[in-house]
Design a protein around this ligand. Sequence first.
Ligand code: APR
Ligand code: ZN
Ligand code: ZN
Length: 379
Amino acid sequence: MAGKPIKCRAAVAWEAGKPLSIETIEVAPPKSKEVRVKIEATGVCHTDLHMKNGVDPGVTAAKANFPCILGHEGAGVVESVGNEVTKVKPGDHVIPLWLPECGECPTCRRPDSNICSQLSDSQARGVMPDGTTRFSCKGKQIHHFMGTSTFSEYTVLPDIAVVKVNPKAAMTDICLIGCGFTTGYGAAANSAKVKPGSTTAVWGLGGVGLSAIVGCKDSGASRIIGIDLNPDKFEKAKHFGCTECLNPADFDRPIEEVLHEMTGGGVDFTFECIGNVKTMRSAFEASHPVWGVTMIVGVATADDQLVFPPYKLLLGRTLKGSFFGGYKSNVGIPQLVDSYLEGRLPVAELITHTMAFEEINKAFDLMIEGKSIRSVVKF
Ligand code: APR
Ligand code: ZN
Ligand code: ZN
């Protein structure tokens, strides 16, 4: 099919707030420096839900331009490549990268940054770098999303937005390395660099928070305190490494006060994995006022404001963010896949539900009901 359009199934988001609609779409062949990938499996991430609902996260990489094909946590096989593609070839197993790595832009060139700005503009507009889309359905152009659109059997990506991984890895597992696992795990193990013996606390025990817990555990944290309003999440959190779990609703005072008392003055490393400014404030307040580090991992909306008195920073505590676990994608993602293959990362254990592509809307329902950690959809 190289060089020709492909007809295939895709879940189209025609407008905000509506269920996804399974359609037969046409996927154009890849142009120069583009790659067409057959997606084998995709996770459904909370960001897909936000975008399906039309929430503006203020993050240019994650803007939905309706109609569009959502999905950004996938794994697949390269079907064909356009001219001038040397990074991958047909048959390679790849993970689509919503955070690409061009290696040339100012932020990519910094050794301490994993941010690539090369596709920011095209991602925000839901198009390929040449300004057009490769998807059409019922005579209409359909937009891309996060430069990945993994809710389609075939998708087209810029070559800088894919990375080759070990073909021995099960795509139904490693798709989660394309977003949720990496985001949480890397926030702790890579961005925060949790020190052995430290106390840690994680807000939100979903896929991202549980992955942060794994990162804390691997880094040798002595205490990992999980915080969630849904106590059904506690058992799994303890399985992943939480030493204690707290439900803020069980206390008649702020959870940060409870944490200061529990840790004798404040938590060494705190992680907000929800995307709520109230819990971000709690995570910040709970950190040790002198050496505490707070990582913002969850994505709030563009209109949200995080407010706190600035003197709370004066003694030296740190408040910062982590994007895609702080990993430069070209090296970091294949390494995580290799660690998974060596049995060192419990990626598969995050998957609570697996379903056929046609049932993708169920994955959203399970997420809204708080019944799933991660649902993986298979084509
Ligand atoms: N206090 C405590 N826990 C809360 C609160 C709150 N106010 N609100 C929600 N939670 C819990 C939920 O009960 C759930 O267990 O946070 C968890 C969030 O988990 P998921 O919905 O599965 O979300 P996840 O996919 O892990 O993503 C979390 O990271 O990448 C971002 O966009 C993503 O902002 C989202 C965040
Ligand atoms: Zn770049
Ligand atoms: Zn995601």
